[in-house]
Design a protein around this ligand. Structure first.
Ligand code: MLT
Length: 266
């Protein structure tokens, strides 16, 4: 496993963890997490793929300039920069979870020719309702006024299935609590302002897997299956006994689903 720090297009440090060799597979983490959510994928999938796990601005070891704000599209350009730096012109299988999925939609809209396959995990193409936007602003304010641990308190209950093992919960909490308040603010602001893709699903021509957890409260299987059906070459799958974070909660099932799809749609 290697950790690289690239100097990003805007002068920020972009941290990337990579492992293995073979076709490029880029995994983009959710909020408020970092590359550690892909530990089991880095360990197992690297036997077949060159696994590339970028850390989004302000998360993990990627930096966020003081007071800097960004849009989801800027993060998509960061992925393009990482992809070009590490995989050159090779097509990329891109998998984004939740916020990472919002970035993956943007990446598809900007660079469809770069993608061999697309995996949209526990994510949504639609925009937030007003109440959800207000919740994002409240979390951002709380992060600044009371610190990250207070701002993310209880979030693990939304992300994980109720019966998740203690070590999974501890690992998730550790990642969430280590994020700087400014990174929470910047990410929540970017998610409030993100573009919706519901109207563009039928334009996605790349083979796509829409994957969710059966107990995912934030991207439940019912609606996920419905929007997956609008993507011409999409397959839908939901994984048992997990919530929003299937790569951590059910790594073997997640990896199996991913490999089956990647092999079957090449
Ligand atoms: C995530 O896991 O990335 C978040 O649930 C995304 C969001 O807040 O919409």
């Amino acid at each position: 496993m290697h950790r690289l720090s690239l100097l990003g297009p805007n002068g920020q440090a972009l941290s990337v963890v990579t492992s293995g060799s073979g076709p490029a597979l880029m995994l983009v983490h959710g909020f408020p997490l970092d590359h550690r959510m892909w530990d089991e994928q880095l360990a197992q999938l690297s036997k077949r793929f060159r696994v590339i796990c970028p850390e989004l601005r302000g998360f993990g070891a990627s930096t966020l300039a003081e007071g800097a704000s960004y849009r989801i599209g800027d993060l998509a350009e960061d992925l393009e920069f990482v992809g070009h730096s590490l995989a050159h012109d090779e097509p990329i299988a891109l998998c984004g979870l939740s916020m990472g999925g919002y970035v993956a939609f943007e990446y598809w809209a900007r660079h469809p020719e770069r993608l061999s396959q697309l995996v949209l995990t526990s994510t949504r193409p639609g925009l937030d309702a007003d109440a959800a936007k207000a919740g994002r602003r409240m979390m951002a304010e709380k992060a600044l006024s009371a610190g990250t641990p207070a701002a993310v308190e209880g979030l693990d209950e939304k992300l994980l299935a109720a019966k998740s093992a203690d070590h999974i919960r501890q690992k998730t909490l550790e990642m969430m609590r280590s994020v700087a308040p400014e990174a929470i603010v910047a990410a929540q602001t970017a998610m409030v302002h993100r573009a919706g893709f519901e109207e563009r699903l039928s334009e996605i021509q790349v083979p796509t897997l829409v994957l969710t957890g059966e107990q995912d409260q934030l991207a439940p299987p019912g609606p996920s299956k419905e929007w997956a059906a609008m993507i011409p070459k999409a397959r839908f799958q939901s994984l048992p006994d997990c919530g929003h974070l299937s790569p951590i909660e059910q790594p073997e099932l997640f990896n199996q689903a991913l490999v089956q799809f990647l092999d079957g749609s090449r």
